[in-house]
Each structure stands twice: as structure tokens, then as C-alpha cells.
Design a protein. Structure first.
Length: 280
């Protein structure tokens, strides 16, 4: 099997590509690193690997060509080390931005990796105060073919206002610098931590923000309008805003733990063993 890893010139991405391909080669596969081009093109191979939503054009080109895709991004759990300067884990999804529609619900994984993460998982809360809408970046919206983030957020907040009298909070992606306040909602600035925004929340609404993962750990129900990682345990309609679905989280978290890996685990070939199961 030939694996083509498209990557930018960022040192962290190059280290990821080298580690993953080393593990794949240990299982008898071929690997090649290709610089991500301004106008990406499909390179012959069995699997195309790419990093983050900046690879949107390449992702859709590979999908149209029928090429299998391994999508990499920052892990859902960023680090096990308190105060770590960077993230330890990379998430991997097969043929998708998130594994929600593919491998996340197809396999029932043991809880060993989840236990190693030592996550604090609060009980589902039955009530709260405000509704938080977590927005995404312009790159994310481009990946999914959505309208610009401000227009999308304003439309969702308007729809929420028709369904609830609760206070509404607009939390744009902190790294997206073009965010502006939206009428009928409190604007959550980037310097405000997401855990503080969610402290008194009744539920979180998002299309694809990983804030839904933090919300699930805090016991805050979520409404997922797109393909966010919490979709399997969430409501998917704004009509549920007062009483969102409370899914079972233990197996979902155990499965997620098998979708994120450290570079050392990739280099050893352990991550590839899981990928091999997905491809079978």
C-alpha cells in the first residue's frame, strides 16, 4: 500500500508525517511526503494524508477521485501533561473531518486508552442559564461550503431567539480575528476561557466546534448542526434547545481515545494498527 502525506513546511506537521509514515512502513507499507501546494493536486497512491481544514481543496479533490483519506488535526484531548506548551495528541479520521459518520460508531473499543487520559466527566446537568453558540473559523466554513461565519452565527442566533427566552452567548473561534458581536447575544471575547463561558450554560450549540467536547465533559448537553465530534451523543435540531438529548458518553469517549495518538504511538506502528482495522 502506498501512502502519500501532504504537509505544509511547519516543523510540527513534518514531524507528524515522518512519525506516521515510519509506523506504516514498519507494517510493510510505502510512504512519501509531498509538500502541500497552493493549488493541491491528487498524487497517485492508495491513501492521501493531510492536516487541518487548510487542506480543504485537496480533501475534496481526493474524495472526488475516489482516493481514501486520512485526515489529521489537533487531538480532542490536547495533552495529559499539565502546563504542556503544545498538544500531545493528533486525531485521525478516515475519509472525514471528524469520525462521527465512519469509524467512531462502527467499533466498540475497550476503555484502556480512555482510562489513561484520566478525564473528569461530570454528570449531565438538567438545567442551566444561558445558551452558548460556538462558532468556527472561515477555513472551517470553506471546508464545508458554508456561508461566512458571522452570517451563519447570526442566522442560528435568530432561530434560537424564536425558541427560547434564555440569554444567548456568541462564542466565535478564538483564533478567528474577524469575529464581530451579533445582535441579541453576548459577545464572548477570545481572552475568555471556554470553560468559563460554559460554567452556567444550559446547552451548547455548534456546527463543528470542538467546544462540544469540552461541554460533554462538563455535563452540558449539546446541539450539533453539522459534523462536530459530539454528534453521536447530541441533539441535532434547535427545536430541542430546552430539553436536549443526553447521550451515553462512556463508550463514545472510549472510541474517541482510539482516534487520537501521540507521535511516539504513530512511530511505533500502534496507530497504524488501528487504521488497518478501519480499512479492513
Amino acid at each position: 500500500m502506498k501512502i502519500v502525506f501532504h504537509t505544509s513546511d511547519k516543523s510540527r506537521e513534518l514531524a507528524l508525517a515522518e512519525a506516521f509514515l515510519e509506523g506504516a512502513k514498519a507494517h510493510g507499507h510505502q510512504g512519501e511526503i509531498i509538500p502541500l501546494q497552493p493549488v493541491p493536486a491528487v498524487v497517485p497512491g492508495d491513501i492521501a494524508c493531510m492536516v487541518a481544514v487548510k487542506s480543504a481543496t485537496l480533501f475534496h479533490a481526493c474524495r472526488a477521485a475516489g482516493q481514501r483519506i486520512l485526515y489529521f488535526d489537533k487531538g480532542y484531548v490536547r495533552s495529559r501533561r499539565q502546563g504542556a506548551p503544545t498538544w500531545d495528541y493528533w486525531r485521525i479520521s478516515l475519509d472525514a473531518h471528524h469520525p462521527t459518520g465512519t469509524t467512531l460508531t462502527r467499533f466498540k473499543m475497550p476503555g484502556d486508552r480512555l482510562e489513561g487520559l484520566e478525564l473528569d466527566v461530570a454528570k449531565w446537568r438538567s438545567r442551566g442559564l444561558q445558551i452558548v453558540f460556538a462558532g468556527s473559523s472561515a477555513k472551517y466554513h470553506n471546508f464545508y461550503g458554508l456561508e461566512d461565519p458571522t452570517t451563519f452565527a447570526a442566522r442560528v442566533i435568530k432561530r434560537l431567539r424564536k425558541r427560547t427566552d434564555r440569554p444567548l452567548v456568541y462564542r466565535p473561534k478564538p483564533s478567528w480575528r474577524d469575529a464581530v458581536p451579533i445582535q441579541n447575544s453576548r459577545f464572548s471575547l477570545a481572552k475568555e476561557r471556554i470553560v468559563d463561558v460554559l460554567t452556567n450554560a444550559h446547552c451548547l450549540v455548534t456546527h463543528g466546534s470542538n467546544a462540544c467536547f469540552e461541554a460533554a465533559l462538563m455535563g452540558i448537553p449539546t446541539i450539533v448542526l453539522g459534523d462536530a465530534v459530539a454528534r453521536p451523543i447530541s441533539s441535532t435540531s434547535l427545536d430541542d434547545v430546552e430539553m436536549p438529548f443526553l447521550g451515553k458518553r462512556t463508550q463514545w469517549l472510549a472510541n474517541l481515545a482510539y482516534h487520537q495518538w501521540t507521535e511516539d504511538e504513530m512511530r511505533s506502528g500502534e496507530a497504524w494498527e488501528m487504521v488497518d482495522r478501519w480499512l479492513a
